[in-house]
Design a protein around this ligand. Sequence first.
Ligand code: NDP
Ligand code: MG
Length: 387
Amino acid sequence: MERKNIAILGATGSIGTQALEVVRSFPDRFVVSVLSAANNTDLLIQQALEFLPKQVVITNTALYSKVKEALAHTNIAVAAGVAALVEAVELPEIDVVLNAIVGSAGLRPTVRAIEKGKDIALANKETLVVAGELVMDLVAQHKVQMLPVDSEHSAIFQCLAGEPSPIEKIILTASGGPFRGKKTQDLRTVSRAQALKHPNWSMGAKITIDSASLMNKGLEVIEAKWLFNVTASQIEVVVHPQSIVHSLVQFEDGSLKAQLGLPDMKLPIQYALTFPERFPNTFKRFSFTDYATLTFEQPDLETFRNLKLAYQALAEGGNRTCVLNAANEVAVAAFLDDKVSFLGMSDILEETLCQIPNRKQLSLEDYITFDKESRMMAQDLIHRLKN
Ligand code: NDP
Ligand code: MG
């Protein structure tokens, strides 16, 4: 049997390491051809020695010689820097690029991979938040598959299998994060440690903070719009604290389909890599008797302003979601660095959106320029806030 060749970008992260767990359990079905990381050389080297890819890329160029030396006794090619990462996805044997990088840094590698005819397994939702229109046009033009890894989008994708009929509505479920039920007053003084405590999922720091602020759901609304070609008004968010119903699709006859399972990212990762097949695995199974009650409630858009901002940005179009994403990346990094408060993050987003004017019909380079400008603006606002 032909083995599927996978490039894993962001291999050392939460999604990257879980993807390698999946790959490890199907050695006769998958082969890893590229692994990348930004800074975590120890884990990258360890992964490279186990999976023996053709190429590894460390984007922090200062760390090149450490990785190179550690792998000198192997046939693995070592490269460093962002340009090398983008080039690595071009290797002819690659079938699918799993993009598990965090942030807008994932955009260029996704675009290059599509242009080279590779299927994409997309965890890096920022790719679609920044430049969804351009990216989905390229997907159509190059006839590649865009396979969602995000659990909600994987759920929708699974509900749509075998359904030629149009979608009436998408219902994205949200856990509500650690601050579900809290009001603005309660959130004024919440700490980094409190925000990092997600009730159901263990994930990278950036997405964990995004989950606490409901920004993650906002980014996912934008991601859903581009993946499934619906309007913002066709996407509804419902808070479901147990994270068992991963999302739903409503069809035009009123019928709803949902995908359920325990919260385990290995499941959507595996589906993206095996689609349209399902491989048998031994992941823990869901039991209704362990979860006798599944509950659903409205999101609180007044307290969690970021979700509202995401809907607005999506409705306005142009560069709005790119600016929103860039400001959010900077705000989250500053919050993790104790430079801005939890609620202060939303102020940074709002002010950056005010300061950077909207523009439409953008090229890849335009998006990248707006991403940079918005980051500088957000940094500047944080600096001014402190002084
Ligand atoms: P992590 O922070 O755990 O991992 C990020 C990975 O990307 C690491 O390998 C990191 O390398 C690398 N990286 C970081 N910055 C850069 C950069 N500027 N250029 C290139 N590589 C970089 O993130 P997660 O795995 O949690 O998330 C990855 C993506 O998947 C995000 O877009 C997130 O929203 C999405 N996602 C994650 C889920 C989860 O459960 N974790 C669920 C759904 C979506 P190093 O380790 O060396 O720093
Ligand atoms: Mg998700």
